[in-house]
Design a protein around this ligand. Structure first.
Ligand SMILES: Nc1ncnc2c1ncn2[C@@H]1O[C@H](COP(=O)(O)OP(=O)(O)O)[C@@H](O)[C@H]1O
Ligand SMILES: [Mg+2]
Length: 319
C-alpha cells in the first residue's frame, strides 16, 4: 500500500499537464512558422518527401467547392483511399475507404456510403467543419495504407498507428494506437482508439488504456494486449528522429503507420500532441523533458539523438 501511494505521488510530480506543456514546451520550443506548416497535412507531407522521408501518396488536395467535380472523378480512379481535412486533428473528419460494392464505398469499419455522400463530406471539410480554427479548409485525398499483418490482427476494421513524442529531435516516448469498432477505422484516442504504451528500446507493449481506463484485452476481440510488439521498430525511431531535420519543431508528436508493402510511412506531425501518451505508458514526461533540456541535442546526428533518447529513458528507469 505504502509503495502504491509513493508511486502515485511520484507519478503526479512526473506528469506533464496541459498548462506546463503549453507554457514550457510549445511556446518555447515551437516556432509559429513551423506550427503553421505542420497544421497542414498536405504541406507537411511535401516537406517530408523532399527530405526523402516516406509518406502516403497524395491523390489531390481540393480548396474550393467547385473543385468537388474533380474530387469525384479522382475518387472513381481508386478502389481505396482516405479523405481527410488538411487542417484536421484528433481523427475528426477522416474517412477511410477500403473498397467498393454495388456502387457504394465501403468504410474500413464495415459500414458503407454513396459516392454523393462522400462528396458532401468533402464539401463540409472545405467549409471548415473539422478544421482546427473553424476556418475554411482543404480536402485531402490520399493513398490508403494497409496495416502489416502482425498489427492488423489487433485492429479489425482499421489501421493502427504509432505516435512518437520527439523533443528537440530526441524520441522520448511512444505509444501504439489501435482502432476499435467504435473508432471507425481511425486510431485516435479521442474517437475511441486504444492507446498502448511502448517500451522505447524495443517497441514492446507495457500498458494500455481505452477511454481513460486501463485495459488488458482488446475490447472488440478480447485479444490480450500484453504480447504486442511493433515490427520495424528501429525504422520507426529513425523516422521520428530524422523528421526533425526536415521540420525542426522542438516539440512534436509524429504519427507513423506500418504499411504492408511500404513499411513505416509518416501520416503527420502534431505541434500540440495530447498528453494521453503518459497515461498509456503509466509514466510522466517531466524528468525526461528536463533531461533533454540539460543536453544540447542540436549538435547531434539523428542516430545520436535516438541513442540519447534510449539512454535518458534507461537512466530514468534506473533512478
Ligand atoms: N493514408 C491513410 N491510410 C490509412 N489510414 C489512415 C490514413 N490516414 C489516416 N488514417 C487513419 O486515420 C487516423 C487519423 O489520421 P491523421 O492523418 O493522423 O489525422 P488526425 O490529425 O485527425 O490525427 C490515423 O491514425 C489512421 O488510423
Ligand atoms: Mg493523427
Amino acid at each position: 500500500m505504502g509503495s502504491l501511494i509513493a508511486r502515485l505521488q511520484r507519478l503526479r510530480r512526473e506528469v506533464l499537464g496541459l498548462n506546463r506543456r503549453n507554457q514550457e514546451c510549445l511556446a518555447v520550443l515551437n516556432a509559429p512558422r513551423l506550427i503553421g506548416l505542420v497544421d497542414h497535412k498536405g504541406h507537411t507531407k511535401q516537406v517530408l518527401q523532399q527530405h526523402g522521408l516516406p509518406v502516403p501518396e497524395t491523390f489531390g488536395c481540393y480548396t474550393r467547392q467547385r473543385e468537388l467535380v474533380l474530387l469525384a472523378r479522382e475518387v472513381d480512379r481508386h478502389p481505396e483511399f482516405v479523405l481527410k481535412p488538411a487542417r484536421g486533428a484528433g481523427g475528426e473528419g477522416v474517412v477511410v475507404i477500403a473498397g467498393r460494392a454495388a456502387g457504394r464505398l465501403l468504410k474500413a469499419s464495415g459500414t458503407s456510403l454513396r459516392p454523393a455522400d462522400l462528396v458532401a463530406h468533402a464539401a463540409d471539410i472545405i467549409a471548415g467543419a473539422f478544421s482546427l480554427s473553424q476556418a475554411r479548409d482543404e480536402a485531402l485525398l490520399e493513398h490508403r495504407l494497409a496495416p502489416e499483418p502482425t498489427l492488423a490482427a489487433f485492429s479489425p476494421g482499421g489501421i493502427p498507428d504509432v505516435r512518437v513524442l520527439v523533443v528537440r529531435g530526441v524520441p522520448l516516448m511512444a505509444m501504439l494506437r489501435l482502432p476499435t469498432r467504435r473508432s471507425d477505422g481511425r486510431a485516435n484516442l479521442h474517437v475511441g482508439g486504444i492507446g498502448v504504451g511502448l517500451a522505447l528500446p524495443e517497441g514492446r507493449a507495457v500498458h494500455a488504456i481505452w477511454r481513460d481506463r486501463s485495459i488488458t484485452r482488446h475490447p472488440d476481440t478480447e485479444q490480450p494486449l500484453a504480447g504486442v510488439r511493433v515490427p520495424a521498430w528501429d525504422d520507426i525511431l529513425a523516422l521520428a528522429a530524422r523528421s526533425y531535420e526536415a521540420i525542426p519543431l522542438g516539440y512534436f508528436g509524429i504519427d507513423i503507420v506500418i504499411d504492408a508493402k511500404l513499411g513505416p510511412a509518416i501520416l503527420e506531425l502534431n505541434a500540440r500532441p495530447g498528453l494521453g501518451i503518459q497515461l498509456a505508458n503509466r509514466c510522466g514526461l517531466r524528468s525526461l523533458l528536463d533531461a533533454v533540456k540539460g543536453r544540447d541535442p542540436g549538435r547531434l546526428t539523428w542516430r545520436e539523438r535516438v541513442v540519447l533518447g534510449l539512454e535518458l529513458v534507461e537512466r530514468r528507469g534506473a533512478g
